[in-house]
Design a protein around this ligand. Structure first.
Ligand SMILES: NC(=O)c1ccc[n+]([C@@H]2O[C@H](COP(=O)([O-])OP(=O)(O)OC[C@H]3O[C@@H](n4cnc5c(N)ncnc54)[C@H](OP(=O)(O)O)[C@@H]3O)[C@@H](O)[C@H]2O)c1
Length: 257
Protein backbone atom coordinates (compact mmCIF):
# COMPACT_ATOMS: atom_id res chain seq x y z
CA UNK A 1 0.00 0.00 0.00
CA UNK A 2 1.45 3.41 -1.01
CA UNK A 3 2.36 5.71 1.85
CA UNK A 4 0.31 8.88 1.54
CA UNK A 5 1.29 11.64 3.98
CA UNK A 6 -1.74 13.81 3.26
CA UNK A 7 -3.86 13.88 6.42
CA UNK A 8 -1.62 11.34 8.16
CA UNK A 9 -1.17 12.15 11.86
CA UNK A 10 2.50 12.10 12.86
CA UNK A 11 3.85 12.66 16.36
CA UNK A 12 7.53 13.69 16.39
CA UNK A 13 9.53 13.85 19.60
CA UNK A 14 12.57 16.14 19.66
CA UNK A 15 10.94 18.37 17.04
CA UNK A 16 12.53 21.60 18.32
CA UNK A 17 15.83 21.18 16.48
CA UNK A 18 18.03 19.11 14.18
CA UNK A 19 16.63 15.97 12.59
CA UNK A 20 13.21 16.21 14.27
CA UNK A 21 12.72 19.77 13.08
CA UNK A 22 13.77 18.90 9.53
CA UNK A 23 11.43 15.90 9.51
CA UNK A 24 8.54 18.05 10.71
CA UNK A 25 9.14 20.74 8.06
CA UNK A 26 9.34 18.20 5.27
CA UNK A 27 6.29 16.21 6.40
CA UNK A 28 4.33 19.45 6.83
CA UNK A 29 4.99 20.24 3.17
CA UNK A 30 3.71 16.80 2.26
CA UNK A 31 0.40 17.38 4.03
CA UNK A 32 0.89 15.47 7.28
CA UNK A 33 -0.77 16.67 10.49
CA UNK A 34 1.98 17.09 13.02
CA UNK A 35 2.16 16.77 16.77
CA UNK A 36 5.46 18.44 17.70
CA UNK A 37 7.00 17.76 21.07
CA UNK A 38 10.23 18.66 22.91
CA UNK A 39 10.94 20.74 26.01
CA UNK A 40 11.45 24.11 24.30
CA UNK A 41 7.89 25.24 23.66
CA UNK A 42 8.89 28.50 21.93
CA UNK A 43 10.87 26.63 19.30
CA UNK A 44 7.90 24.33 18.72
CA UNK A 45 5.55 27.32 18.33
CA UNK A 46 7.93 28.95 15.85
CA UNK A 47 8.17 25.72 13.86
CA UNK A 48 4.38 25.25 14.03
CA UNK A 49 3.93 28.78 12.60
CA UNK A 50 6.38 28.06 9.79
CA UNK A 51 4.55 24.84 8.93
CA UNK A 52 1.20 26.64 9.09
CA UNK A 53 2.44 29.39 6.74
CA UNK A 54 3.55 26.70 4.30
CA UNK A 55 0.00 25.29 4.33
CA UNK A 56 0.54 22.48 6.85
CA UNK A 57 -1.06 21.73 10.20
CA UNK A 58 0.92 21.43 13.44
CA UNK A 59 0.29 21.35 17.15
CA UNK A 60 3.06 22.43 19.57
CA UNK A 61 3.06 20.23 22.66
CA UNK A 62 5.96 20.98 25.03
CA UNK A 63 6.88 18.02 27.23
CA UNK A 64 9.81 16.10 28.62
CA UNK A 65 10.10 12.58 27.18
CA UNK A 66 11.37 11.33 30.55
CA UNK A 67 7.93 11.93 32.03
CA UNK A 68 5.52 9.09 31.13
CA UNK A 69 2.41 11.05 32.18
CA UNK A 70 3.45 14.07 30.14
CA UNK A 71 3.92 11.86 27.07
CA UNK A 72 0.48 10.31 27.59
CA UNK A 73 -0.98 13.83 27.68
CA UNK A 74 0.86 14.74 24.48
CA UNK A 75 -0.58 11.68 22.70
CA UNK A 76 -4.00 12.41 24.15
CA UNK A 77 -3.95 15.98 22.83
CA UNK A 78 -3.00 14.76 19.37
CA UNK A 79 -5.87 12.23 19.46
CA UNK A 80 -8.27 14.90 20.73
CA UNK A 81 -7.37 17.09 17.74
CA UNK A 82 -7.10 14.53 14.93
CA UNK A 83 -8.59 11.32 16.33
CA UNK A 84 -5.49 9.12 16.26
CA UNK A 85 -1.71 8.88 15.95
CA UNK A 86 -0.74 7.17 12.69
CA UNK A 87 3.03 7.49 12.99
CA UNK A 88 5.30 8.06 15.97
CA UNK A 89 8.84 9.22 15.28
CA UNK A 90 10.68 8.71 18.58
CA UNK A 91 13.57 11.00 17.79
CA UNK A 92 14.31 12.98 20.97
CA UNK A 93 17.79 12.24 22.22
CA UNK A 94 20.98 13.57 23.70
CA UNK A 95 24.65 12.73 23.51
CA UNK A 96 27.47 13.31 25.91
CA UNK A 97 31.05 12.21 26.35
CA UNK A 98 31.20 9.49 28.99
CA UNK A 99 34.82 8.34 29.22
CA UNK A 100 35.22 5.01 30.98
CA UNK A 101 38.08 6.40 33.06
CA UNK A 102 35.80 9.10 34.51
CA UNK A 103 32.56 7.17 34.71
CA UNK A 104 29.83 9.25 36.28
CA UNK A 105 26.61 7.43 37.11
CA UNK A 106 24.54 10.61 36.94
CA UNK A 107 25.74 11.47 33.42
CA UNK A 108 25.14 7.95 32.17
CA UNK A 109 21.69 7.95 33.81
CA UNK A 110 20.77 11.19 32.01
CA UNK A 111 21.59 9.74 28.61
CA UNK A 112 19.80 6.47 29.31
CA UNK A 113 16.71 8.18 30.67
CA UNK A 114 16.28 10.49 27.65
CA UNK A 115 17.41 8.12 24.90
CA UNK A 116 15.92 4.86 26.20
CA UNK A 117 13.14 5.61 28.69
CA UNK A 118 12.11 8.60 26.58
CA UNK A 119 11.53 6.25 23.64
CA UNK A 120 9.71 3.77 25.88
CA UNK A 121 7.44 6.52 27.22
CA UNK A 122 6.72 7.78 23.72
CA UNK A 123 5.84 4.32 22.41
CA UNK A 124 3.74 3.46 25.47
CA UNK A 125 1.70 6.63 24.95
CA UNK A 126 0.63 5.75 21.40
CA UNK A 127 0.72 1.96 21.24
CA UNK A 128 -2.64 1.11 22.88
CA UNK A 129 -4.48 3.32 20.35
CA UNK A 130 -2.57 1.75 17.45
CA UNK A 131 -3.33 -1.77 18.72
CA UNK A 132 -7.00 -0.91 19.05
CA UNK A 133 -7.12 0.32 15.47
CA UNK A 134 -4.85 -2.45 14.16
CA UNK A 135 -2.80 0.19 12.33
CA UNK A 136 0.11 2.51 12.91
CA UNK A 137 3.83 2.95 12.44
CA UNK A 138 6.49 3.19 15.16
CA UNK A 139 9.79 4.74 14.11
CA UNK A 140 12.84 5.15 16.34
CA UNK A 141 15.93 7.19 15.58
CA UNK A 142 18.77 5.02 16.85
CA UNK A 143 22.33 5.51 15.55
CA UNK A 144 25.24 3.76 13.83
CA UNK A 145 26.87 4.20 17.26
CA UNK A 146 24.61 1.37 18.44
CA UNK A 147 26.60 -1.21 16.47
CA UNK A 148 29.56 -1.30 18.84
CA UNK A 149 30.69 0.33 22.10
CA UNK A 150 32.19 3.52 20.70
CA UNK A 151 35.14 5.11 22.54
CA UNK A 152 34.22 7.59 25.30
CA UNK A 153 30.58 7.06 24.35
CA UNK A 154 29.54 4.14 26.53
CA UNK A 155 26.27 5.76 27.60
CA UNK A 156 25.32 6.89 24.10
CA UNK A 157 26.25 3.60 22.40
CA UNK A 158 24.49 1.59 25.10
CA UNK A 159 21.38 3.78 24.88
CA UNK A 160 21.16 3.42 21.11
CA UNK A 161 21.85 -0.34 21.26
CA UNK A 162 18.97 -0.55 23.76
CA UNK A 163 16.68 1.39 21.41
CA UNK A 164 17.60 -0.86 18.48
CA UNK A 165 17.01 -4.09 20.39
CA UNK A 166 13.84 -2.73 21.99
CA UNK A 167 12.51 -1.92 18.53
CA UNK A 168 13.56 -5.31 17.19
CA UNK A 169 11.55 -7.00 19.95
CA UNK A 170 8.60 -4.69 19.27
CA UNK A 171 8.77 -5.62 15.59
CA UNK A 172 8.61 -9.30 16.47
CA UNK A 173 5.80 -8.85 19.00
CA UNK A 174 3.76 -6.58 16.74
CA UNK A 175 4.04 -8.78 13.65
CA UNK A 176 0.52 -9.30 12.32
CA UNK A 177 -0.83 -6.48 14.52
CA UNK A 178 -1.06 -4.12 11.55
CA UNK A 179 1.62 -1.89 13.11
CA UNK A 180 4.87 -1.29 11.23
CA UNK A 181 8.12 -0.87 13.15
CA UNK A 182 11.17 0.91 11.71
CA UNK A 183 14.56 1.57 13.29
CA UNK A 184 16.73 4.26 11.71
CA UNK A 185 20.52 4.23 12.17
CA UNK A 186 21.92 7.57 11.01
CA UNK A 187 25.60 8.37 10.70
CA UNK A 188 26.75 11.95 11.34
CA UNK A 189 24.22 14.73 10.76
CA UNK A 190 25.01 18.46 11.13
CA UNK A 191 22.82 19.38 14.15
CA UNK A 192 23.42 20.92 17.59
CA UNK A 193 24.18 17.37 18.77
CA UNK A 194 27.34 17.18 16.63
CA UNK A 195 28.15 20.91 16.69
CA UNK A 196 30.81 20.69 19.40
CA UNK A 197 33.02 18.17 17.57
CA UNK A 198 36.47 19.48 16.61
CA UNK A 199 37.27 16.55 14.34
CA UNK A 200 35.96 16.51 10.77
CA UNK A 201 33.04 14.12 10.79
CA UNK A 202 33.09 11.63 7.90
CA UNK A 203 30.18 11.71 5.42
CA UNK A 204 28.43 14.42 7.43
CA UNK A 205 24.90 15.07 6.10
CA UNK A 206 22.61 18.09 6.39
CA UNK A 207 19.41 17.59 8.43
CA UNK A 208 17.13 18.17 5.40
CA UNK A 209 18.93 15.48 3.44
CA UNK A 210 18.73 13.10 6.44
CA UNK A 211 15.01 13.86 6.84
CA UNK A 212 14.27 12.97 3.21
CA UNK A 213 16.19 9.69 3.52
CA UNK A 214 14.35 8.83 6.75
CA UNK A 215 10.99 9.63 5.16
CA UNK A 216 11.77 7.31 2.23
CA UNK A 217 12.63 4.51 4.68
CA UNK A 218 9.34 5.07 6.52
CA UNK A 219 7.45 5.00 3.21
CA UNK A 220 9.13 1.66 2.34
CA UNK A 221 8.16 0.39 5.77
CA UNK A 222 11.80 -0.67 6.14
CA UNK A 223 12.55 -2.76 9.23
CA UNK A 224 15.87 -1.00 9.66
CA UNK A 225 17.63 1.67 7.67
CA UNK A 226 21.28 2.69 8.13
CA UNK A 227 22.77 5.64 6.24
CA UNK A 228 24.83 7.06 4.63
CA UNK A 229 25.80 3.79 2.98
CA UNK A 230 29.55 4.53 3.09
CA UNK A 231 29.63 4.92 6.88
CA UNK A 232 27.02 2.21 7.41
CA UNK A 233 29.17 -0.28 5.45
CA UNK A 234 32.26 0.71 7.43
CA UNK A 235 30.46 0.28 10.75
CA UNK A 236 29.08 -3.11 9.64
CA UNK A 237 32.67 -4.28 9.07
CA UNK A 238 33.72 -2.85 12.44
CA UNK A 239 30.81 -4.72 14.04
CA UNK A 240 32.25 -8.07 12.95
CA UNK A 241 35.87 -7.42 13.93
CA UNK A 242 37.19 -9.69 16.69
CA UNK A 243 37.18 -8.01 20.10
CA UNK A 244 40.97 -7.81 20.34
CA UNK A 245 41.27 -6.01 16.98
CA UNK A 246 38.35 -3.68 17.72
CA UNK A 247 39.70 -2.76 21.17
CA UNK A 248 43.07 -1.76 19.76
CA UNK A 249 41.63 0.27 16.87
CA UNK A 250 38.92 1.98 18.91
CA UNK A 251 41.15 2.90 21.84
CA UNK A 252 43.56 4.66 19.44
CA UNK A 253 40.82 6.59 17.65
CA UNK A 254 39.84 10.20 18.31
CA UNK A 255 36.15 9.46 17.62
CA UNK A 256 34.78 11.76 20.34
CA UNK A 257 36.90 14.82 19.64
N1 LIG B 1 23.19 14.35 14.73
C1 LIG B 1 23.70 13.14 14.53
O1 LIG B 1 24.82 13.00 14.00
C2 LIG B 1 22.93 11.91 14.93
C3 LIG B 1 23.41 10.68 14.49
C4 LIG B 1 22.73 9.52 14.84
C5 LIG B 1 21.58 9.61 15.61
N2 LIG B 1 21.14 10.83 16.04
C6 LIG B 1 19.94 10.87 16.85
O2 LIG B 1 18.97 11.69 16.24
C7 LIG B 1 18.10 12.21 17.23
C8 LIG B 1 17.96 13.70 17.04
O3 LIG B 1 19.22 14.30 17.29
P1 LIG B 1 19.72 15.64 16.58
O4 LIG B 1 21.02 15.34 16.00
O5 LIG B 1 18.66 16.21 15.76
O6 LIG B 1 20.03 16.52 17.87
P2 LIG B 1 19.42 17.88 18.43
O7 LIG B 1 19.34 18.89 17.34
O8 LIG B 1 20.18 18.17 19.65
O9 LIG B 1 17.92 17.48 18.80
C9 LIG B 1 17.60 16.73 19.93
C10 LIG B 1 16.12 16.90 20.18
O10 LIG B 1 15.74 16.11 21.31
C11 LIG B 1 15.01 16.94 22.20
N3 LIG B 1 15.19 16.49 23.58
C12 LIG B 1 16.35 16.32 24.26
N4 LIG B 1 16.09 15.96 25.54
C13 LIG B 1 14.74 15.92 25.65
C14 LIG B 1 13.84 15.64 26.73
N5 LIG B 1 14.30 15.31 27.94
N6 LIG B 1 12.51 15.70 26.49
C15 LIG B 1 12.04 16.03 25.26
N7 LIG B 1 12.83 16.30 24.22
C16 LIG B 1 14.16 16.26 24.41
C17 LIG B 1 15.57 18.35 22.00
O11 LIG B 1 14.59 19.31 22.34
P3 LIG B 1 14.54 20.20 23.68
O12 LIG B 1 15.95 20.53 24.04
O13 LIG B 1 13.72 21.37 23.27
O14 LIG B 1 13.85 19.34 24.68
C18 LIG B 1 15.77 18.34 20.48
O15 LIG B 1 14.57 18.68 19.83
C19 LIG B 1 18.70 11.82 18.58
O16 LIG B 1 18.04 10.69 19.08
C20 LIG B 1 20.13 11.48 18.22
O17 LIG B 1 20.71 10.59 19.13
C21 LIG B 1 21.79 11.99 15.70
Amino acid sequence: MKYDWKGRVVLITGASSGIGRALASELGKRGARLGLTARRGEELLRLGDEIGRAGGEALALPADVRDPRAMEEVAERVRARWGRVDVLVANAGMSSTTAGTRLNAGEVGDVISVNVLGVVNSVAAVLPGMLERGAGHLVAISSLASYRGMPKSGAYSASKAAVSTLFESLRVDLRKSGIDVTTIHPGFIRTPLTAGRRKKLPFLLEPDDAACRIIRAIERRARTYAFPWQLASFVRVIRHLPGAVYDRLASNSNFRE
